[in-house]
Design a protein around this ligand. Sequence first.
Ligand code: 4AD
Length: 466
Amino acid sequence: GRIWTEVGALTEALKDQIVLVRGRAQTVRAVSKKMAFLVVREKGSTVQCVLSVAPDLVSLGMVKFANGLSRESYVDVEGVVSVPNSPIKGASQQVEIQVRKLSCISKAVPTLPINIEDAARSEAEIDKALQAGEQLVRVNQDTRLNYRVLDLRTPSNQAIFRIQCQVENIFRQFLLSEGFVGIHTPKLIAGSSEGGSAVFRLDYKGQPACLAQSPQLHKQMAICGDFGRVFEVGPVFRAEDSFTHRHLCEFTGLDVEMEIKEHYSEVMDIVDRLFVALFDSLNERCQKDLEDIGKQYPFEPLKYLKKTLRLTFQEGVQLLKATGIEIDPLGDLNTESERKLGQLVFEKHDTEFYILHRYPLAVRPFYTMPCSDDQTYSNSFDVFIRGEEIISGAQRVHLPDLLTTRAIACGIDVKTISTYVDSFRYGAPPHGGFGVGLERVVMLFCALNNIRKTSLFPRDPLRIAP
Ligand code: 4AD
């Protein structure tokens, strides 16, 4: 009988079977009036369909119809699976379909703003093709984003979002197995949660409010509500005017908060085991997707250690100093010094993933716990992949009076966070946690050059559509 089959599942095992596939007409190539090749694509996989006039196959009219299909139209194809003698170029599947029936279920407009096959090529391939005099248009990032539903169709872009889904999945699975509870904190809140001006303000039934810059305050309040260990996957809103390759106005935050028994290194232990497990399983379970990403965006696999390297901020400053880069030992690292430090760490320790901790207190948010032995430093950390930040975390101040003092010192209007501060007046355990940017993890694991590539419909200071 006939079976609906996914294009990606078409293999030699189905030889001589009648199958039914639904996908897009990627290309049609006419060989003669009596023969044409139609490449059908579904979720990034492609199969060559042969239209050949014969009594038990297709009519002359059908070949003509196929030749008239506009690219990217949606088609249903019924036919017999066959295995050709030589490898098939221009399709991912190594079997063909000898077409018996073909119908178009949704027509695409005749002229597309993006040619999917060209969009699926790497920059190096495009350069080569242009040099060879091939007719093709290099599609820039803005055009891709303007027509994102087309851009998303390339095999590499498909794979990016399958990887992203896996990252989220592994994050959840790992934390559940460690006794964490998944929570959802409100995204409409009364005041800024990270300080600063980078908040989207709005009117909440006559009261001033804003979109949450992070689940920070409420995930800590969940600890006050006795959940012990919590995590959240949810949207994070930042109104900052950052026109960079790594800032979005809306991104997906992977957040963790947990009780600390003795030392903030317990939080870093979770980061360590979570990320080693994450990288291991991506490499083991997602080979095909990683290869697909590499076709459009070639990259070297991430180098990481099975026990994540931890350096103190002071050690980082020393490393930089040894190569002649002076930075303020009580200031913050900028993008450039973070990159440089990433390189130095890689040369010295052979890892592109590491934790930098014990940051100067002055450069951390008001809720960060000062070090007990030296108040100029804090029980905090950042985590880097390939020299770029993907996580920041810390132990929090769970003592309401100290929290108030710290908030005032950081210029925060304590009235706007009074219910948060009060949460700690009813008894609260020492605790800490961290926040991860999902899009950044995927971007840097795959060494992509722009965070917009790992956001389905990116939101940046200039873009709110599509
Ligand atoms: O460093 P951030 O702002 O830290 C927090 O939000 C804290 N509440 C986390 C904590 O638990 N202490 O953001 C955390 C992570 C960053 O390391 C980065 O990966 C990502 O979120 N991130 C962004 N990603 C995309 N676009 C932006 N504008 C981002 N800002 C931060």
